[in-house]
Design a protein around this ligand. Structure first.
Ligand code: ADP
Length: 395
């Protein structure tokens, strides 16, 4: 059997995993542990078209991962025979330290821990996953792949907030970006699709999932991105505001009697599509809009307006645009959002073919007409595969 990588994405109450053959891209098994620490836990393990489910309390991440390893033993594929050459861990925040994947040792663990104030919801559970996986799988190398790495070398002009320098430096306030693994994967794939050397391509990538972000990639290098110090900045998302006047925070603190934690929760978890319509899922928002719901119609317009602003500003940053790629849950599936996002952008050379846009497909594909100045693409992202490939490349 060929070499495989076990990819782990450890969250505060969940662990997602996938066993991947990085050469072929084949997923040999995948699954998730949910509701860790809650009275009723759930584990789902999928392999060979079959899903095994267990419902038991999962007190902590160590127990969760043990359950997963048992499932590999009982249901397969047996990890001992699967040629596991590495465990790849998704880590959200790598700060200014890492611009590519890194072999995990105690020093790396320490850095991820120290970066927790920049990603308080993500780095600590990522680290918990790393700790338990290193304990339970001590004989294979563990690799950290950071969501920020692709944006580590943004030009200073794009990464710097116009904030008092001393405060910014002391508290590490700058733009780090996120979703970098996906943006990098999609930009590479898009360059291969258009068949031109990525060195000369001006690309915009729109990763539109529940979280959403845009990036400008010039010559294979990220030159701007919409997420900032945290994933709150930028596009309208499922539950996040994206760009907002920071004075909204002062206004609410002074006039609405809200604490900083209340406002944090409001902006991150109760805003975006959810704040505008009550639903964070774009399918639900469309359903409401189709029924004439004025708030849902407005929400779709706000979402698309922000997208057009970002596409235009990134074309300005790069002096033009050659490739525009849509990815993630909304970007890959939602023809309406794609059409709205590019409406009126013909002056940039951006056009889509209406039939290509609505043709259902799970494959990477063109949705611009033949001969269009800008290649508009739908490129399904695969962060797990990207993590697996980065892990083996490092080794
Ligand atoms: P995450 O950010 O959680 O990784 P995904 O990239 O899986 O998210 O995207 C999830 C989101 O994609 C859902 O919240 C939903 O809004 C959207 N989505 C999924 N399928 C469709 C679809 N067919 N049409 C429109 N939106 C969709």
């Amino acid at each position: 059997m060929s070499s495989t990588v076990l990819v782990i994405n450890s969250g505060s109450s969940s662990i997602k995993y996938q066993l991947i053959d990085p050469a072929s891209g084949e997923s040999l098994a995948s699954g998730l542990v949910e509701r860790i620490g809650e009275p009723e836990g759930r584990v789902e393990h999928r392999t060979g078209g079959r899903t095994t489910e267990q419902r038991n309390p999962v007190p902590d991440h160590a127990e969760g991962l043990r359950t997963v390893l048992n499932l590999f033993d009982e249901v397969g594929p047996a990890l001992a025979d699967a040629g596991v050459v590495a465990v790849g861990h998704r880590v959200v925040q790598g700060g200014r330290y890492y611009d590519s994947a890194v072999l995990i040792d105690d020093e790396v663990v320490d850095v991820i821990d120290r970066l927790a104030p920049l990603a308080p919801l993500h780095n600590p559970p990522n680290l918990t996953g790393i700790r338990v996986a290193r304990e339970l799988l001590p004989d294979v190398p563990h690799v950290a792949v950071f969501d920020t790495a692709f944006f580590r070398n943004l030009p200073e002009a794009a990464a710097t907030y116009a904030l008092d320098r001393e405060v910014a430096e002391r508290y590490n306030v700058r733009r780090y970006g996120a979703h970098g693994t996906s943006h990098q994967y999609v930009a590479l794939k898009a360059a291969a699709m258009v068949g031109r050397p990525s060195a000369e391509l001006r690309q915009v990538v729109l990763h539109l999932g529940n979280g959403a972000s845009a990036s400008a990639v010039y010559g294979g290098r990220a030159v701007d991105t919409s997420m900032g110090l945290t994933p709150l900045e930028g596009l309208v998302m499922g539950t996040r505001t994206g760009d907002i006047d920071p004075a909204v925070v002062f206004h609410l603190a002074r006039n609405a009697g809200m604490s900083i934690d209340d406002i944090d929760d409001l902006l991150n978890k109760r805003s975006g599509l959810k704040g505008l319509t009550g639903y964070n899922d774009m399918r639900e928002v469309h359903r409401l809009a189709d029924g004439g719901d004025a708030e849902a119609i407005l929400a779709v317009e706000v979402y698309a307006h922000r997208l057009r602003k970002y596409i235009g500003s990134y074309a300005a940053v790069m002096g033009g645009i050659d490739v525009l790629s849509f990815t993630a849950g909304v970007g890959e599936n939602d023809a309406l959002v794609r059409a709205d996002a590019v409406a009126g952008l013909e002056f940039l050379g951006i056009e889509i073919d209406p039939e290509r846009n609505v043709a259902p497909s799970r494959e990477a594909r063109y949705i611009s007409p033949d001969g269009a100045r800008v290649a508009v693409l739908v490129v399904p992202t695969n962060e797990e595969l990207a993590i697996a490939r980065q892990a083996v490349a490092l080794l």
